[in-house]
Design a protein around this ligand. Sequence first.
Ligand code: GLN
Length: 461
Amino acid sequence: AHLDRIGEVDGAVHAFLHVDAEGALAQAAESDARRAAGKPASALDGVPIAVKDVLATEGLPTTCGSKILEGWVPPYDATVVKRLRAAGLPILGKTNMDEFAMGSSTEHSAYGPTHNPWDLDRIPGGSGGGSAAAVAAFEAPLALGTDTGGSIRQPGAVTGTVGVKPTYGSVSRYGLVALANSLDQVGPVTRTVLDAALLHELIGGHDPLDSTSIRESVPDLTDAVRMGATGDLTGVRVGVVKELGGDSQENEGWQDGVQARFQEAVDLMVANGAEVVEVSCPTFVHALATYYLILPAEASSNLAKFDAMRYGLRVLPEGIIDPSAEDVMRATRDAGFGDEVKRRIILGTYALSSGYYDAYYGQAQKVRTLISRDFDAAFAKADVLISPTAPTTAFKLGEKLDDPIAMYLNDLATIPANLSGVPGISVPGGLAEEDGLPVGIQILAPTMADDRVYRVGAALE
Ligand code: GLN
């Protein structure tokens, strides 16, 4: 049924870069046999899933939305993909994304944009717009995304789906083509909070192949959802972050309809017994600047491996009879990388160059510590923090494409969590009055307290 649905709507939505109908049907048949024998491999055995094209899938193309990886077929599975296969989830295909996960609209994909199923003229968020749109358009019941600065939560918000960024280190990054190693996390994209919990429990937990993997198991998330689903939030202390859309006086650029839905969510929590306090995290206003030094620095280093020798594309330079390796590398990278990727390579290389390292990267690392301290102080007063996920609803395709700063501002509320490693969820919070488009509510919790975001998320659902 999902393959049929993809056939019907994906021409218009363009959530997928690659559909593996044959593979998915074979996996589904195996699952049918297991379940008929009363031996399902997991609670999600037989439930199909779409995978963001930044995760290595053995035998299936993996492009990261880039021309430079066109034609590359990984010889191995990412750990999370391996776990999906072992749990019996048929893999429907690979979803579209901003090139190397850089962007907030999926318009930076080298293979054309994904369209928001709510309004095809609008963006589905990014970088994981393909995964979110596939789930929102009923092309897949579940998807995997990755969140380095908001790429699961912001697409979730603008497509009316649920997106979770787990605690940094609690889900393996092995086989995830790194954007920024110290920020990246794999997580679920679903239509309900319970679905997200089931998927998260399946992909999470220690992996010896990832050196930053935490040696603790993930908390009981489905139980947290059960608790939250009663709606009762008695005794839960909820912190509204003043700097993240919590105070309309101080937060210019936040859409009225988004703030109205957010306020409604806060009121609902109070009505259900939560204690709401206002918290201030003054360093969060520097999060975007900090992120845009750390991320390009790490990304420029990661992308150096695309040297025209090891993976995918190789372009021979024109007019050079006997090109050197460097000539081939230059021609390949020139043709293979898009503008946003080149912009960040230049920024990152500059920030890391000798003489500037302390002034930029070193300074950004210090501010990063201050942001974590603001989180610590806020979590001393509140069990969870809450904000709108994104400042606006889905904007029009093309609207911010020529204005990188305007594009970056979409992640104002999601980036602090990546800088400090804490978990976060975005749950649908209703539709904005002025445009009838989905609004996302973000809930953040302390490191390894992912169960709290599920409990409160389920209560708001
Ligand atoms: N939009 C942010 C960026 O462009 C976040 C990306 C992400 O989370 N992968 O870097």
